[in-house]
Ligand binder design. Structure first.
Ligand code: FES
Length: 202
């Protein structure tokens, strides 16, 4: 696999072709915020918090670094004014879903966010999808998934699979949930007479 050279925040960095900008940056010691990235899972690009500014010699644009592959000669800014502005907005939106959870609190300190102007009804789930993808990609069970659209989008366990498969697995996905809401979602599927809330199906 051939090597490419890129510049990240004025530092020359070597990376293998096929790597993402996030991987190259992490390997070079840069700390780009992530909420949906997991080393064991395929790149997803859901939370957008890892957004960086890339110049390829022709134009500058914002890209999602966990899915954008390195190219020879590109210049990457991980904390430009535009990038920081977008991260703040995203953090505020996520804060509205999961107010004050530790994962957001940590980034909130860095970017000066400790409240939100958005009112979208907290669910304590930031829809990073790590649990859904872990169950599908690593465990190959699909015991949980996204249901609903827009602000009603939720992660739910599918009782007919979860009751059997999650007991065998022991809830490995619980430990990768950045908000810690997953065990209570799971507990919901165990209630006698549990049925899927139809309001999430539309
Ligand atoms: S970490 Fe890249 S989009 Fe979430």
């Amino acid at each position: 696999m051939s090597e490419v050279t890129l510049t990240i925040d004025d530092k020359e960095v070597k990376a293998k072709e096929g790597m993402t900008v996030l991987e190259a940056a992490q390997e070079a010691g840069f700390d780009i915020p992530t909420l949906c990235h997991h080393d064991k899972l395929a790149p997803y690009g859901g939370c957008r918090l890892c957004t960086v500014e890339v110049n390829d010699g022709r134009r500058t644009r914002l890209v999602t670094s966990c899915v954008y592959q390195v190219k020879d000669g590109i210049t990457v800014k991980t904390e430009s004014e535009k990038v920081v502005r977008i991260r703040k907005l995203l953090l505020e939106l996520l804060w509205a879903r999961a107010p004050g959870v530790q994962a957001l609190r940590d980034y909130g300190i860095k970017y000066g966010i400790d409240r939100t102007k958005f009112d979208i009804g907290p669910t304590c789930c930031i829809l990073c999808g790590q649990c859904v993808r872990y169950c599908a990609e690593v465990k190959k069970k699909n015991a949980l998934g996204f249901v609903g659209r827009g602000i009603r989008r939720q992660v739910m366990f599918f009782p007919e699979i979860a009751v059997e498969e999650c007991a065998k697995c022991g809830g490995e996905c619980f430990s990768i949930c950045p908000t810690g809401v997953l065990p209570s979602n799971y507990a919901l599927t165990q209630l006698p007479g549990f049925t899927f809330p139809t309001r999430f199906l539309g």
